[in-house]
Design a protein around this ligand. Sequence first.
Ligand code: ADP
Length: 590
Amino acid sequence: MRAVGVRWVLSLGLGFALLAGIILGALGYQVAGLVRSQELDLLQAQLLRQARLMAAEAGPALSTGDPADADATAKDLGRRFGLRVTLFDPAGRPVGDSAGDPARLGNGLARPEVRAVGGGALYGVGLEPGYLYVAVPVEWMGGAAGILRVGEELEPVERAVNRVVAAFGIALAFTVPLGLLLGLVAWAFAGRDLRRLAAGLCRLAEGGTPETVPAGGPPEVRDALRGLGELLGSLRERVDQLEADHRRLQLVMDQMADGLVIADPHGNVVGVNPAATRLLQVRPEEAAGRSLVAVLRDHELAGFIRNFLDGKPGAERPPVFEVGPPGQRRTVQVKVSRTEPTGGPDGHLVILLQDVTEIKQTEQVRRDFVANVSHELRTPVAALKALVETLEAGAIEDPDQAKEFIGRLRVEVDGLALLVEELFELTRVESGRSGLNRRPVDLAMVVRQAVERLRPLADRQGLHLLLRFPADVPPVEADPDRLEQVVLNLVHNAVKFTPPGGQITVTVERQAGEVAVSVKDTGAGIPPELLPRVFERFFKADRARSAGGSGLGLAIAKHIVQAHGGRIWAESAGEGRGSTFTFTLPLGQS
Ligand code: ADP
């Protein structure tokens, strides 16, 4: 503030001084010239008057033709009038001089004033440095007797001019302090207004409104503050609105299930939403600023976007790509669009990644299901057809053969009925339509019942079937028939896949907040890579050996356990080293 003030005062003051100096200088020059010419005119008129008076007196002395007379007269006149007086004869020769011997002067006609009079003028004027001369003709008795010249020093004229110059000089000397004073006064007034303006602006910048800014000051300052206040107010409103919009947009982006990647016109990522970071397995701060290729990590997808940028038409349906690191790859449907350009020739790129992994999987599962059902049906139906054809071809005539074929027909029809029954059951439990008939159930009882039902089968196969459970198994909220179905399936599988002499151990165990039932056998085992798949529909690890099953039992068991809020899983040390199937059920508050 202070520095600005000093600059203000200096520039204003010196500017004023310069202007005043130029005006005063020009004016002084003019006035001095005017005074000089006026003084010269006055002096000249005075000299002319005196010269004429003297010329009347000098006539007789000049007319005698005696230079001694003329010189005496010149000296006498010079003394009396206090001027320098010189007399010349009509031919311009000096004949008398008040300032000394006339002989040392040259011919008077060489001088302009004498020559003018000699040429017939009424008077002549000559200016020499420091002297003004005026010459007039001297007449005596009607004829020209000679020329008289008077001279006077110019000193009084110079003095008058000097006085004028001195006066202007003094005035000039005063312009600088005066200018500074003027600048100071102007600053005092304007500075106060500027400070008021600045204070008001500070108040506005701190969040004040035009109303809260103190009134006062000249109308210009008040108007400026009011205008700026209104401008700031509307700007603030706009910013608030933009911020609200931005927050809303951010919320939408954050909550969106689809991944969103935004890149600048050069293909550098400027933002990713949480869904995109999950899909692409990148951290948002890692993605920002990197190229799309580096963030998307899929060359096909990058190529697709490049084609979009080059304006090449894409496929009709939105294309599908695999993204994410190996092992966590997701299938995404991609839509690329471009925003309106802002500031540059091109707009930002908006890449929408719709996760269609589940849809694809569901589609695949459905296709597999249909294929599996047809496959499972084809074998028994073909067998039935062959049996019926054999019967028709004549076997029916032979009672023994007919009996055997009908027995085999029965086996196939039973198998088909079981498959259809299981399919129906699976569809029911999967769709959640098989309402569970839940009540407090003694799990140990249910397990023992199932084990005892399969004991004759196990005995026939030469297997040891053990059952272990603690004394205090608390009741679980469950559907006892469904639970028995699960245990039957697990134990039946163990019996099916364990060679004679093996052992099957069924254990009920109480754990934190749940009860676990496990069925452990010493049979065929399951290769580790197939473990996660045994609960899939129609899954059979070894199609030849499990010819009796449909591959649906474990899928049904899984759904029943999950419907009870429990978990089920399989473990195996590897092929030929037995397997363990375990399921848990949560313990109710009771
Ligand atoms: P299935 O009716 O064919 O037994 P499941 O769904 O019950 O159908 O079993 C699916 C597949 O899981 C079986 O075909 C078999 O390959 C494997 N499996 C199930 N239980 C065992 C087990 N205890 N030991 C070895 N493999 C088993």
